[in-house]
Design a protein. Structure first.
Length: 358
């Protein structure tokens, strides 16, 4: 039996309940016992049942809106604001409004009755609101995959985050760095998890020890500065710092300046500063400071472009990403795509003076 031929009646027969009970259980409506609801959903997943969204819209009035759920730290990060604007622009082309769901109240009330679909961006396994949103009874698209258990199929738009960090590590080592460090984000989002895993796996594959330090998911420049100062003071041989959190790069630059580390500069092919003759890795006779430091970021934005020097970064194209997420949700709502469609989103590496030899 294929997913195209499975009907509500098929699910009802397999679950041993009535067709109306199946309908209520899958839509999250009616007075259905939780155990029955769970059994019906499990059977539906096993059989590959897919709801007929056109029929569903005929049964209930469309709200004309979709919900957007962002990480709690989103309000102070340029990346998520640009992403939200892209999502809004695409939804409006489809005649849909976008309702921003506050983290504190996202799981309260019947979300499925207020919106036609949901966009969940960088969902964290530890976010207690996410399971309820995934099980709200409306189509869901996640920006990056949700790594926790999900109640049903959802679409996703994903970036190859392992490839983007690999490109940064390849770039700085290609520019002469021999002891790279990564300020990786904490948390349980797919992005954070992929960056931490990639830093370790890249080091093993290349026989290079990558100094990995975990910082908050949305580390401020001050937090990045503190982490970088501690890193460079404890390990002066570090000659490249890749910072993950959006907007944190200026903190890395401030730490480098405070410790007398020139950013960019000239690296020799052997990983030295290209002329000091010092083998200590500090570049000035063993004293902290003096050795060139390459700086890069996993997220491009205003902070990386306007820094002095401008910082090499991965452009995740957040406005286009938000637009792609909204487009997939619109396609699912209009039956132009299956509910479990996964689409890729492209990124690019923007090389700037922070990794360019003088």
């Amino acid at each position: 039996m294929t997913s195209r031929t499975v009907t509500l009646l098929d699910v009802a027969r397999a679950a041993g309940v009535s067709k109306s009970t199946v309908s209520d259980a899958l839509q999250g409506s009616g007075r259905v016992a939780e155990a029955t609801r769970d059994r019906v959903r499990a059977v539906a997943r096993e059989l590959g049942y897919r709801p007929n969204s056109a029929a569903r819209r005929l049964r209930r009035a469309s709200t004309g809106a979709v919900g957007l759920y962002l990480p709690q730290t989103a309000t102070r990060l340029d990346y998520y604001m640009n992403l939200a604007f892209g999502a809004v622009a695409r939804a409006q082309e489809e005649g849909l409004d976008v309702v921003l769901l506050a983290p504190a109240g996202a799981a309260s009330g019947p979300v499925g009755s207020r919106v036609d679909g949901l966009l969940l961006i960088d969902p964290e396994v530890g976010d207690s609101a996410v399971p309820g949103l995934l099980d709200a009874g409306v189509p869901v698209v996640t920006g990056e995959r949700y790594l926790g258990p999900a109640a049903g199929p959802s679409g996703a738009v994903v970036c190859d985050n392992a490839a983007s960090l690999t490109a940064l590590l390849d770039h700085v080592t290609g520019r002469g760095a021999r002891r790279p460090a990564v300020l990786a984000p904490a948390g349980t989002s797919a992005w954070a998890t992929a960056l931490r895993a990639t830093a370790a796996s890249w080091g093993r594959a290349h026989g290079v020890e990558v100094a990995l330090r975990t910082v908050p998911f949305a580390a401020t420049p001050g937090e990045a500065e503190e982490a970088t100062r501690a890193l460079l003071s404890a390990d002066p041989a570090v000659d490249a710092v890749i910072c993950a959190p959006d907007g944190s790069a200026p903190g890395v630059l401030r730490a480098a300046a405070a410790l007398g580390r020139e950013v960019g500069g000239r690296h020799g092919t052997d990983g030295t500063d290209g002329g000091s003759g010092d083998s200590s890795g500090t570049g000035d006779g063993g004293r902290l400071g003096g050795a060139p430091l390459l700086v890069a970021s996993c997220v491009d934005g205003t902070a990386t472009r306007s820094s002095e020097p401008p910082v090499t970064a991965v452009d995740l194209r957040p406005a286009a990403y938000g637009r792609a997420c909204a487009e997939l949700l619109c396609d699912i709502l209009a039956d132009r795509a299956a509910p479990d469609t996964v689409r890729d989103h492209a990124w690019s590496l923007e090389t700037r003076a922070s990794t360019t030899p003088a």
